[in-house]
Design a protein around this ligand. Structure first.
Ligand SMILES: C[S@@+](CC[C@H](N)C(=O)[O-])C[C@H]1O[C@@H](n2cnc3c(N)ncnc32)[C@H](O)[C@@H]1O
Length: 214
């Protein structure tokens, strides 16, 4: 079985056991391989908009998992049969929002890992009828956000949208590092800023400090 990076392992851990699973934008196919191998899903759809990327997953799964997976070249969730659970990871937040907007269906459970614009993804997930059951920052050389959603009602405050609800509640070390880094960047830039920019930056520093100390 392929060795997973810490990022992929974190995503795998956030996926629940299910009958049918789709990895949207699967590329290498490592997550589907692990889901099938561990029996965490009965059947996996590996999908990608790029035939070349999809072929990597198909090649990986073909010998051991014949009859338990299907590869589909498609755009997002368009053309994917209804599944219990989906993963959309390693893409920009705006693309993930787009995929949710254009989806033929929305699964009961979905795990999202945007590379940026996590705030937009949180907002879109809530508007799409999901409850965000986990939402936190983690580190694997770089910092990432993972957002675990289940069908249901939710309402997020502006701070929760901006920072992530679990980050505000638990302030794990990865989140602390992200915010401390933002404060440091602003403090370093302050001396070269105009008066107006410096006033805005100081307010931002205050906000970040308040978030860390709340
Ligand atoms: C950086 S890779 C991430 C692969 C894997 N999901 C991960 O997290 O390691 C992004 C993949 O998403 C695919 N992709 C981009 N836009 C897509 C779309 N609209 N629908 C499906 N796949 C897409 C790309 O072809 C690429 O294989």
């Amino acid at each position: 079985m392929s060795k997973l990076t810490l990022r992929l392992k974190t995503l795998l851990d956030e996926l629940s056991p299910c009958q049918t699973f789709a990895d949207v934008g699967c590329d290498h196919g490592y997550i589907a391989e692990n889901m099938l191998k561990s029996g965490k899903c009965e059947f996996a759809y590996v999908t990608d908009v790029s035939p070349v990327c999809l072929q990597k997953a198909v090649d990986l799964l073909s010998s051991e998992y014949k009859g338990r997976f299907k590869g589909i070249v498609c755009d997002g969730l368009q053309g994917v049969p209804k599944v219990d659970q989906a993963l959309i990871a390693g893409m920009g937040g705006e693309l993930i929002c787009d995929i949710l907007s254009r989806a033929d269906f929305l699964p009961e459970r979905i795990v999202l890992q945007p590379m940026k614009n996590a705030e937009k993804v949180r907002e879109k997930a809530v508007k799409s009828g999901y409850k965000l059951i986990k939402d936190y920052t983690f580190v694997d050389e770089k910092f990432y956000d993972v957002i675990v959603c289940e069908r249901g009602k939710d309402s997020y405050t502006q701070d929760e949208l901006t920072f992530g609800r679990d980050n505000l509640r638990y302030k794990n070390p990865a989140f602390r590092q992200v915010i401390e880094k933002k404060i440091q960047v602003l403090k370093t830039a302050l001396p070269n800023m105009t008066e107006i920019d410096s006033a805005t930056a100081k307010k931002q520093i205050e906000k970040y400090t308040e978030i860390l100390n709340k």
